[in-house]
Design a binder for this molecule. Structure first.
Ligand code: AMP
Length: 419
């Protein structure tokens, strides 16, 4: 299957060729024909699957054909709402790239920066608006944005929206949208609260599910390092120095933790920067730019800040802390091995994180191989724990044994890459 088989117009095909896309990804193959026919879509898929192009290309094509008929119709026709600034910027960049050979205009608005440049762009007239919820409602209330002419509405990363407490903003936003529109709803997970929200937004949608394990977990080489909490930084430095990864993205559960890791890495002469919600938008963009350009080797991120990080040559993801929400693990490892490339994801697991590991393995339906004999291996004999806090029933040893017995070929490594 090629993009030409999907009946996309010439200017879009040309832009895709320039991007180096040869074939559509599964979500693109399935969604584009339905969306070109005007169907609503419920997409269970996450970043890394080619989701952005799956919705952007049909929207652009429809607007392109519309503008050919009526070139003076410069009103906002498509609205894409997404939870984070990084993701919004990235979607905007994708629209810019895919619409390069059309006269379609897109712009992006998000909070945390002055609104002047954003309102100027809106005044010049745009066809496609990409927005985070807070700034969007703000500019609607100030009269800079009208959603009266919206033909296409995309709610992206819906589960993350709810996690971030945007539900009231979304409900308010829906009251501004015309009923007669095509709606697309994407979420990596589909718990009942999300299904309920999607019912409010969609008519009778077509459904496309790209399973996380299909999308990432299968493609990414994963490994667990059992390590004491206090040895995690040493292990991180060891891996960064011994792996042949050009760029590594390290995940920390907390902002404070991220800053601490960066400090320790720098003390060991490793170029590192942190990206999290306490940093200004400019600082985050700068850090991301430095990382993409290869000026920093290691980017340490919290989960929310990492949404939308798209670094094409990202070779290694390290989970310094295991996430307590298993879906987050899939999001994290999806940062590497994007769009069919293979990647590597290492996870550190200390005694307190065993339950998180169990939940993750249940979700991805895989037992993640354990790296044996790395220099900071925690053999469970630990002097790390107060006697009365030692795991009952030797849970630690049991869990470790279970992982070791089901290694699926990933045994015997000492932290070196097996490629
Ligand atoms: P997304 O899931 O939209 O964040 O896309 C993940 C990455 O895959 C981005 O870097 C896209 O530029 C890239 N990508 C999307 N579609 C294709 C395709 N058909 N062929 C190659 N790369 C793609």
């Amino acid at each position: 299957m090629t993009f030409r088989d999907l009946h996309l117009v010439e200017p879009i095909l040309e832009a895709l060729a320039e991007q180096g896309y040869e074939n559509p990804t599964p979500i693109q193959e399935q969604s584009i024909p339905m969306l070109l026919r005007g169907k609503d879509l419920l997409g269970c898929a996450q970043t890394g699957t080619g989701k952005t192009a799956a919705f952007a290309l049909p929207i652009l094509q429809n607007i392109f054909l519309d503008l050919e008929r009526n070139s003076r119709n410069r009103k906002i026709k498509a609205l894409i709402v997404t939870p984070t600034r990084e993701l919004a910027i990235q979607i905007d960049e994708s629209f810019t790239a895919y619409s390069k050979y059309t006269n379609i205009r897109n712009t992006v608005i998000f909070g945390g920066v002055k609104q002047g440049k954003q309102t100027q762009a809106l005044k010049r007239g745009v066809d496609v608006l990409i927005a985070t919820p807070g700034r969007l409602l703000d500019l609607i209330n100030q009269g800079f944005i009208s959603l009266r002419d919206i033909d296409y509405f995309v709610l992206d990363e819906a589960d993350q929206m709810l996690d971030m407490g945007f539900i009231h903003d979304i409900r308010r936003l829906l009251t501004y949208l015309p009923d007669n529109r095509q709606s697309l709803f994407f979420s990596a997970t589909m718990p009942p609260s999300i299904v309920k929200l999607s019912d409010k937004i969609l008519g009778e949608p077509e459904k496309v599910t790209i399973k996380p394990e299909q999308a990432t977990a299968e493609r990414v080489e994963q490994a667990i390092f059992f390590v004491k909490k206090r040895d995690k930084t040493k292990l991180l430095i060891h891996l960064i120095n011994t792996e042949d990864a050009n760029t590594s993205l390290v995940f920390s559960r907390t902002k404070h933790g991220a800053d601490k890791i960066v400090k320790l890495l720098r003390r060991n002469d490793i170029m590192a920067e942190a990206i999290h919600g306490n940093k200004s938008q400019n600082a985050r963009q700068r850090a991301l730019g430095n990382f993409k350009e290869g000026r920093t080797k290691v980017l340490v991120a919290t989960d929310i800040a990492a949404r939308g990080i798209d670094v094409s040559k990202l070779s290694l993801v390290i989970n310094y802390d295991l996430p307590n929400i298993p879906e987050t693990y899939v999001h994290r490892i999806g940062r590497t091995g994007r769009a069919r490339e293979s990647g590597v994801a290492y996870s550190f697991c200390d005694m307190s994180e065993l339950d998180f590991l169990r939940d993750i393995q249940k979700l991805i339906k895989q037992t993640i191989p354990v790296v044996q004999d790395h220099p900071y291996m925690d053999d469970g004999s630990g002097d790390d724990y107060e006697p009365d806090r030692r795991p009952r029933n030797n849970k630690w040893q049991n869990r470790r044994n279970k992982n070791n017995n089901n290694r699926g070929g990933g045994n015997g490594r000492s932290g070196g890459r097996r490629r």
